[in-house]
Design a binder for this molecule. Sequence first.
Ligand SMILES: *Cc1c(COP(=O)(O)O)cnc(C)c1O
Length: 221
Amino acid sequence: MLSIKNNLETLKQNLISLNKDSDITIVAVSKQQTTDKILQAINYGQKIFGENYLQEALKKQEVLKAHDLEWHFIGPIQSNKCKLIAENFSWVHTIDRLKIAKRINDARRGMPPINICIQINISREKTKSGVLIENLDNLASELKEFSNLNLRGLMAIPSNTFDEEKLTAEFDLLSETYSLMRNKYITIDKLSVGMSNDYMKAIHHGANMIRVGSNIFGVRE
Ligand SMILES: *Cc1c(COP(=O)(O)O)cnc(C)c1O
């Protein structure tokens, strides 16, 4: 019962050791974790949660609606899910094409703008979602016409590899791209990168929003 609190404490201690604890937003990734575990994190003060699967997330949101939480959608987006995502989340990290952005924008009418990140396919793997880096600026400028979207940042999932050189090259390209984009689009202030096994490296390369799941909640069910 103590472990989720301990895990969050360890995570915070690691951020403090980098002198970054106040600059970094921790998105606690609760996909495939029980509401009971989420409650333990809430009791420790965690308010920001990330979910990948819409139906699973909606059920948890219903159970936990008495708490003042901020929900981030971090999974791939199918067009028929856009409306419910727009209505039930404050952030979407995985915008990678115009059609999805438009649908979310349309469904968000009458509500405060939704915060979005553009997902970059930094490793250029065919199986991965995300826009290729050469198409990023084009997509970002097309999003300007959508008044219900607030472009807040860039998101990426670097290669899952032990090849440190390859990984460092991807992180370097990300941080360079982030600083270029931040200069051009004034609303951009978040680099969403870093998971349980690479968040320290990500922070080293400028990440200020990390998405940590198993390090907080343990192995997924
Ligand atoms: C599952 C997931 C995470 C968290 O992964 P862990 O390795 O459990 O920390 C972060 N980001 C995305 C996009 C995910 O799908």
